[in-house]
Design a protein around this ligand. Sequence first.
Ligand SMILES: [Mn+2]
Length: 339
Amino acid sequence: MTEGISPAIAEKAPLILAEIEKASSILMHCHPLPDPDSVGSALAMKMALEGMGKKATVIKGDSSIPRAFAHFPGASEIEERSFSDVDLSKYDLFISLDSGSRSMVSQAHPPALPLPIRTVVIDHHVTNETYGDINLVDASSPAVAFILFQLFSVWKVPLTHDIATDLFMGIYTDTGGFRYAPTDWRVIAAASELARNAPDFTETIFKMENSQSKEAIYFQALAFSSVETFLGDSVAIAAVSHRQLAEKHIPEECIRGIGISNILKSVIGWNVGVSLIERVEGEVKVSLRTRDRDRFDVSKLAAALGGGGHRAAAAAVLHMPLDEAKKLVVAKAKELYNL
Ligand SMILES: [Mn+2]
């Protein structure tokens, strides 16, 4: 399906392949708090590279791999190392996937730039800082897995069952199950071809969506029971303190603020959904979602809080007590949206 390949991808495909052909040992990572696009893309790329006769390594990076993705094909080969633990001199090439900046390579120890190793960046975040020797950033792709699907098609990489499964999971998840823009006919066509090669994809989805730990539910209970609305009910805020997380023994991987703000904005009239999660004492992660990206562009609210993102989905980190963070978000929303 060459007719569906983005011009940016067609242009960079031979350059990236040339880098791969020069290399013998290639490194990939999973970004902090990895999602299926990060894990699935890294694993699919690893298998594609091995098919070309290369040695390919995927490290877990900062975070542990959530149990929900542990059954993705190849996941058992992910090495339990963070980026700062890796001796880069042992590799000829780093392929950074789904990671817009060096803090997505490692939040705990962001590497100095430029990296001391040939680097290819493949990403779909419009804010990508293009820190590679070759950068393929296609913001029109809803997932890195969709970019890889197109690259593999140009490179004639066979879509084995396992590669197809990992790419399918990345596309399925980053599109919210084919619900979000920019999901278009090309994405559905790719998913169709992947599904043909991985006909058991519904089982993989079922296992992913039904691997929750009880702590993830306790976290959601804390968050939803804290909801307050402001500015004529236009802004709904869930706030969870570090003390509450500690009391319920909720581990890091169960804390997903995005899931909370996304559900808040599903209420008619709650135009902006906000989650404020104090992961570390005095450090509040802000996740913003809106149901009306024209009237309530949350990238502007995030920018006013020192963060960034897209019009419908954005985030920031505030270094202040939870109550102050809540007041600040409300004050900035009032000002920006004339509420
Ligand atoms: Mn992604």
